[in-house]
Design a protein around this ligand. Sequence first.
Ligand code: HEC
Ligand code: HEC
Length: 98
Amino acid sequence: MRRIALILAVLIMLALIVGFYPTYVEKPVKDGSGPMAIRLAPELPAPQTHSPLDWWQTHHMDVVNQGHLTQDDCLYCHDPQTSCNNCHNYVGAKPITE
Ligand code: HEC
Ligand code: HEC
């Protein structure tokens, strides 16, 4: 009897671990949901520098740090809270301040 109870308890624990295993991890995704979502006014055009976008996502820091563009150029379209720092907080880059 005790052994059956024990086996049942183990099975229930396993079911709970599998059932509640955290598979959903929030990421900073453009037009995603939640506080990390990256949002820009939909009427804004993406500048030439942003194409291809995956290159820009990984190289915008070089362009800004090398002084080809300044941060002020970016903030003309970007609100740092909703389209810079939600990603910077996630990746651990230093926050953009106005
Ligand atoms: C003319 C408006 C405008 C300017 C200026 C601008 N951006 Fe953007 N940016 C956009 C738009 C619009 C998007 C979304 C593009 C898309 O979804 O295809 C975007 C997307 C991005 C993304 C990618 C976000 C993501 O996760 O997909 C990064 C990073 C970014 N911009 C950084 C910068 C930086 C750094 C500067 C300044 C050097 C800058 N932007 C200047 C309009 C602008
Ligand atoms: C989709 C994610 C994402 C978005 C959105 C984003 N960045 Fe970045 N940014 C990064 C990553 C990743 C790094 C590199 C961090 C590192 O190398 O340690 C970075 C680094 C930088 C750096 C260099 C910081 C340093 O310490 O050298 C600057 C400047 C910068 N980003 C500007 C901006 C600006 C301005 C915006 C908003 C217009 C923006 N970024 C939006 C991901 C993003």
